[in-house]
Design a protein around this ligand. Structure first.
Ligand code: NAD
Length: 259
């Protein structure tokens, strides 16, 4: 379905971003990989994606730095002509009550989880408009829709990302470009494993118990969402069936926000 098209997936060296990159490559899209990781891991990811008969490139932009973010989009365009599918997925978390929240962590979470999407979108849109086709998919979170304690920067950034999604959807409404957000609940990735480890240490729990406690608090299905499920939704949003899905914030959360 996406043969000949190019997808840039930020933060695709791990977790959800890697799941989305795999799903888009399986549909034939060339993939621009971004995110941190050692050279061997990144080479393995590129090889695995290329097995779908697609071309890949890696760019290690640190998305907390706007000039590097601009360079990421420019490099993708100079290699592949344009970015057809832009997935803003890179994100970080920091957990602390607001009065103890380090100012530097606030700035970092806002920069990576929110501002980087502003920069990639403003950079990639002109070429999408020339082609009159594009898909922008922002990986927000249930925390783009509801809040939790101790996540002030993350919740603010993700609510902001849902707002940004709606503005871009309106500004592109008469074009072949759509912009939507996906709002996952708990997905078992390194980002969440850190929170499980912290809970295990705090409450003196085993790994399984800490995992069950984390799910039990928020996610009624008591099961993790998987990167593959998020990847499949991203593929759907790229399909013609999704041409009129604009400015949506799709929760994929095991019932979290139904409560
Ligand atoms: P992860 O830690 O497994 O992956 C994060 C990716 O972002 C990695 O590739 C990492 O290298 C990259 N990254 C981090 N900082 C970066 C920076 N400054 N510049 C470039 N790349 C950077 O996390 P994940 O759980 O896969 O999260 C992916 C996205 O999904 C995030 O935006 C996160 O907020 C969101 N999300 C995750 C969950 C969950 O339960 N895991 C739930 C809802 C939303």
């Amino acid at each position: 379905m996406l043969r000949g098209k190019t997808a840039l997936v930020t933060g695709s060296t791990s977790g959800i971003g890697l799941g989305i990159a795999r799903a888009l490559a399986a549909q034939g899209a060339n993939i621009v990989v971004n995110g941190f990781g050692d050279a061997d891991t990144i080479a393995n990811i590129e090889r695995e994606l290329q097995a779908h008969g697609v071309a890949t490139m890696y760019h290690g932009a640190d998305l907390s730095r706007p000039p590097q973010t601009e360079d990421l989009v420019r490099a993708a365009e100079s290699r592949f002509g344009r970015v057809d599918v832009l997935v803003n997925n890179a994100g970080i978390q920091h957990v602390a009550p607001i009065e103890d929240f380090p100012v530097e962590r606030w700035d970092a979470v806002i920069a990576v989880n929110l501002s980087s999407a502003f920069h990639t979108i403003r950079m990639a849109l002109p070429k999408m408009k020339q082609a009159n086709w594009g898909r922008i998919i922002n990986i927000a979170s249930v925390h783009g829709l509801v809040a939790s304690v101790q996540k002030v920067a993350y919740v603010a950034a993700k609510h902001g990302l849902v707002g940004l999604t709606k503005v871009v959807a309106l500004e592109t409404a008469t074009t072949g470009i759509t912009c939507n957000a996906i709002c996952p609940g708990w997905v078992l990735t390194p980002l969440v494993q850190k929170q499980i480890d912290a809970r295990a240490a705090r409450d003196n729990l085993g790994a399984d118990e800490a995992r069950r406690a984390l799910l039990g608090e928020k996610q009624p299905s008591l099961e993790f969402v998987t990167p593959e499920q998020i990847g499949a939704l991203a593929v759907f949003l790229c399909s013609p069936a999704a041409d009129q899905i604009r400015g949506a914030a799709y929760n994929v959360d095991g019932g979290w926000t139904a409560q």
